[in-house]
Ligand binder design. Sequence first.
Ligand SMILES: [Zn+2]
Length: 170
Amino acid sequence: MNVDEDDGWSWKICGFGIFSTNSLTKHIMRSCYPDNVSCISTQKNLLVPKKVGIFVWRARRDRLPVLLELDKRGIDLHSVLCPLCDDEVETVNHALSSCKKAEIWQAMIWTSVYLIWKNRNNMIFKKSCWSPPVALCDIQVVSFDWIGKRCKRKNIDWLDWLHNPRVLVL
Ligand SMILES: [Zn+2]
């Protein structure tokens, strides 16, 4: 270095010497998951923030910080039981799909996935068109109908469902 030049920073992670969050993300992913770096790039959905894609990628590989995974990594915990239901070990699967305390939320997700599957098949076999606004409306109406008829612990009102669904999920 010439003593007459100004001091400066150089990003050594990529070849151009210029920092970018993309190069940092790739470097972290290569460091943490050297065998699976290519997986994250195949799971992209540009309609959601990158953090959501990474969350899904981690969930599919049991790499969310649920209590069982923290315990496996030697973190001293009082219990590995789910803090919501206190009934089963908190695994990724339990937290995202089988915890009974999240029953209404789970029913909404299952209904959504079912209707996406049904719409997909209608597009393929009946050549119908996919309309996201109509699909979202269907999910809202069908979820209300199915959950309202089957939920024994709460009386679900249509206006609450439309305007304040948070109260019903808690
Ligand atoms: Zn639970």
